[in-house]
Write a protein that binds this ligand. Sequence first.
Ligand SMILES: [Zn+2]
Length: 140
Amino acid sequence: MKVYNLCCERDHRFEGWFSSEEDFSAQSCKELIECPICESRSVRKLPSAPRLNLSSAQPPQNDVSQQIQAEVIEVMRKIVASTEDVGERFAEEARRIHYNEAPERAIRGTASQSERAALAEEGIEVMSLPMPPALKQPLQ
Ligand SMILES: [Zn+2]
């Protein structure tokens, strides 16, 4: 008994069971093999190990989203590398910089919702960025 992975002209994939290679060829020649989904008789045999092929060739949109994710992480990394981590003193430090009590520099840290609201009220602009957990650890 042989099991073949078959595919119709509309790219429906299904398995066909044949007693032998010759049996498949004969049925294929006479167009006796029918797609169970659309009943097309234009059916071809796929390479015998399609699962192996599939695992190495991922759908293109996957590659794109992985690339975007990599780019986002790269941008985040640059932000992390070019800012000073002030941690939970973020709101306090942002305020000190705003009122020229501390040297002007780019800082990052955590602020609560109410701290951010208070900063906004004082006209201190802060940017919120969701950080991937992997980047929260110190880079050094
Ligand atoms: Zn079909």
